[in-house]
Design a binder for this molecule. Structure first.
Ligand code: FES
Length: 176
C-alpha cells in the first residue's frame, strides 16, 4: 500500500507502525524517546486514511487532547496500519520546519496551542506514566538508536544542500 509522509510516497504494509515506516525511509519525524510513548515528539497529522489505522490506544488517549484528536493527530510510535488503502500524513516536526521557513510569525501561536493541548492532558499523562513498567535498558537503547538516526538525517540534509554553493549545482533550491 501507499503512504505519503511529508509529501513523499513510500510503500507500507498492514501491521507496520507509522514511526517505523518513517524511520525506515529516513523521513523527518521526531522520536526522541525511541518510540516508547514518553517524549511526545512523534506526533503526526493524518490528512487522509485515518480509518486505516489502529484505534487510539491507552497511551494516545492519555496524551492527545480532544482537539488534537479532532485534527487527526496520532502518535506515530503507537499507531499501526490495520487496513490497505491510501494514507497521507505530515509530521509535527515537519510542520514546524515549514512554518519556520514560510510563516515564522505563526510559530509562537503554534507553540502556545501545543503547550495548552499538552497542559490539559497532564493529569491523564501522569496517571498513565505512573502505571507503566518501563525497561530502562530498552528505553536507553532506543534513545541511542534514535540519536544515531537523527545524526544520519542531518548528514543527509547537509549533503543534499551543500552543492548549492558550487557553480555546477543545478538543484531546485538554487534555481529558486
Ligand atoms: S512519544 Fe516518543 S517516539 Fe512517540
Amino acid at each position: 500500500m501507499q503512504i505519503t509522509i511529508n509529501n513523499k510516497q513510500y510503500e507500507a504494509n498492514v501491521g507496520d507502525r507509522l514511526l517505523d515506516i518513517a524511520r525506515a525511509n529516513h523521513e523527518h519525524i521526531g522520536y526522541f524517546c525511541g518510540g516508547n510513548a514518553l517524549c511526545q515528539t512523534c506526533y503526526v497529522k493524518v490528512l487522509e486514511g485515518g480509518e486505516l489505522l489502529s484505534p487510539l490506544n491507552e497511551e494516545e488517549t492519555a496524551f492527545l487532547s480532544d482537539n488534537l484528536v479532532k485534527e487527526g493527530t496520532r502518535m506515530a510510535c503507537q499507531a499501526t496500519v490495520e487496513k490497505e488503502g491510501t494514507l497521507k500524513m505530515v509530521s509535527a516536526v515537519e510542520e514546524v520546519k515549514r512554518m519556520f521557513e514560510n510563516e515564522p510569525l505563526q510559530l509562537a501561536g503554534y507553540a502556545a496551542k501545543m503547550g495548552w493541548e499538552a497542559l490539559v492532558k497532564v493529569p491523564d499523562t501522569l496517571l498513565i506514566q505512573s502505571k507503566r513498567e518501563l525497561d530502562l535498558f530498552e528505553v536507553i537503547s532506543d534513545v541511542i538508536s534514535g540519536i544515531g538516526d537523527a545524526f544520519q538525517l542531518i548528514v543527509r540534509a547537509f549533503q543534499s544542500s551543500c552543492c548549492c554553493s558550487t557553480e555546477s549545482c543545478t538543484c531546485e533550491a538554487k534555481k529558486g
